[in-house]
Ligand binder design. Structure first.
Ligand SMILES: [Zn+2]
Ligand SMILES: [Zn+2]
Length: 185
């Protein structure tokens, strides 16, 4: 080591640097140089490929994915470190899965309604709230099924809802009444 150091300083100032030059031009050194060069290129490419793969799983926008890959190619490990700090924390598949779960949960909550007055759970088939006694729905005058306030027609027996009935729904009522009473099968 010491010998090599003095030789190098000697060669840089003046005099014979043929020995050092021999070492650098030797096949041994060029082999190391080539291997380490290939190693760096391999790491560089691997980082770029990893960034492309990871960015595609996290980012929906193709332009932003391209920018991330370009940063990894141009700046190598530094670009990848910056990308890892700025990348979205979740995979797109996880985000989609969570959105689906939330939608399913909302649907479940919509089906199992709550009483608008006391906030206790009230089944959609309840006519009155069992907790506070509030009238929640009207019963069909014919089949006693619970009817939504917006319905004009009972979906179970086709009877028009009293008060909210239109001529069209009354026609249906009359027709269905006639067919069931006048034409027994
Ligand atoms: Zn209630
Ligand atoms: Zn009915």
């Amino acid at each position: 080591m010491n010998l090599l150091a003095t030789q190098t300083t000697d060669s840089s100032s003046s005099g014979p640097f043929s020995g050092v030059g021999d070492f650098f031009s030797s096949g041994y050194f060029t082999a190391i140089e080539r291997i380490s060069g290939l190693f760096v290129i391999a790491i560089w490419l691997a980082l770029a490929f990893w960034t492309a793969k990871d960015a595609r799983r996290r980012i929906d926008d193709q332009v932003i994915v391209s920018v991330c890959v370009a940063a990894a190619v141009l700046f190598g490990p530094l670009g990848v470190v910056i990308y890892m700090f700025l990348r979205p924390p979740e995979y797109l598949s996880d985000v989609r899965e969570r959105e689906l779960e939330i939608r399913a949960m909302e649907r479940r909550l919509g089906a199992d309604q709550v009483c608008p007055y006391c906030r206790n759970p009230a089944d959609p088939s309840f006519l009155s709230c069992p907790h506070c006694g509030t009238k929640l729905k009207n019963a069909c005058r014919r089949c006693k099924s619970p009817l939504d306030p917006e319905w004009r027609l009972c979906p179970y027996c086709e009877t028009a809802v009293a008060g909210g009935a239109t001529p069209r729904t009354r026609d249906v009522d009359v027709v269905s009444g006639r067919t069931t009473t006048d034409a027994p099968l």
